[in-house]
Ligand binder design. Structure first.
Ligand SMILES: [Zn+2]
Length: 308
């Protein structure tokens, strides 16, 4: 079994190679979730436009809708055809069976999420799943999660989460589980508040805590729930040790708003690719803008503000 990012007959870097290189460059890998082929096309188009690596993510719900093996086959095909460093992560995986399913389908990484369980149980089940996916393919990166940042990449009325991770539990968790990436709670949150969608409010991160956790954990750090975060906080979080940044809700908002607009433009239009082309384009702009920011390139307009 060969993971998508480690095709034997190419000279391409593995996901670990890319993360290591980006870390030395002071950049982070953008992780963008997809539920359908429109979103997938948009992320691939952004990777092609910016010539930057991307990590495509699909949670259990997104995988169920798309098909885990079908998504893996599409990403593999895009990667082979475009020669772009496109990787695939099984986001928020809550069981050993689903982690194994993704590993066998050829995913490059699995986010093992037992963070809702008590710490000791989270350790035990994360360790078990990490070992199981590496038995399928040792090149697959295992990510574990600690703390609470809420659930669901949706528009919310009130903030969720709040239990921030400590450097000590980060160190213990990484040591006990053998994971490659750690996803801590550092002021980030899944989903966006309405005020964030409107561009009136931003998420702020605990930058000092990120630096302390990086020091204690000594592994790649992933920031979940990045949508709606202040641009300057993203830059500083990367400098403090964040390696992967998840953006989902911003893409969903762009998808929904541009789809509404496209449908309203001509009530008699029934050709799907004519209706959906502007949707791909809108989501691509959000992804490209975030990618440029994560790689220290200047971003002209605020991403969220430009969505509406
Ligand atoms: Zn997440």
């Amino acid at each position: 079994m060969t993971a998508i990012g480690t095709l034997r007959n190419t000279s391409k870097d593995t996901l670990r190679d890319v993360l290591t290189r980006l870390q030395t460059e002071g950049a982070a890998l953008g992780h963008f979730n997809v539920s359908d082929h429109v979103l997938l096309k948009a992320v691939v188009a952004a990777a092609a436009e910016t010539r930057l690596p991307v990590l495509i993510g699909a949670s259990e719900g997104e995988r169920e809708f798309f098909g885990a093996r079908q998504l893996a086959a599409l990403v593999k095909s895009e990667r082979e055809e475009s020669d772009l460093p496109i990787f695939l992560n099984a986001d928020h995986t809550h069981s050993l069976a689903k982690a194994l399913e993704a590993a066998k389908a050829g995913f490059d990484a699995v986010t093992i999420d037992f963070s809702a369980l008590p710490f000791e149980e989270n350790v035990a089940r994360t360790k078990e799943a990490a070992q199981a996916i590496k038995a399928v393919n040792p090149a697959i990166l295992a990510e574990g999660e600690i703390g609470d940042i809420g659930t669901g990449s949706e528009i919310k009325d009130t903030a969720q989460g709040g239990k921030l991770s400590t450097p000590e539990e980060a160190r213990q968790f990484v040591e006990a589980t053998g994971i490659d990436n750690l996803a801590p709670a550092v002021g980030n949150m899944h989903g966006m508040l309405k005020s964030m969608v409107q561009g009136k409010a931003k998420k702020h991160l605990d930058l000092e805590r990120i630096a302390q956790i990086k020091q204690a954990a000594g592994v790649f750090l992933t920031l979940h729930g990045g949508s709606g975060t202040d641009d300057e906080h993203f830059r500083k979080a990367i400098a403090a040790g964040i390696n992967i940044i998840h953006i989902n809700t911003e893409l969903r908002v762009a998808w929904r708003e541009s789809l509404d607009k496209s449908l309203a433009r001509d009530p008699n239009e029934v050709v799907p690719y004519k209706i959906l082309r502007p949707v791909v384009d809108s989501v691509r702009q959000v992804v490209s803008s975030r990618l440029r920011l994560f790689h220290g390139q200047s971003v002209s307009a605020d991403t969220v503000g430009s969505v509406a």
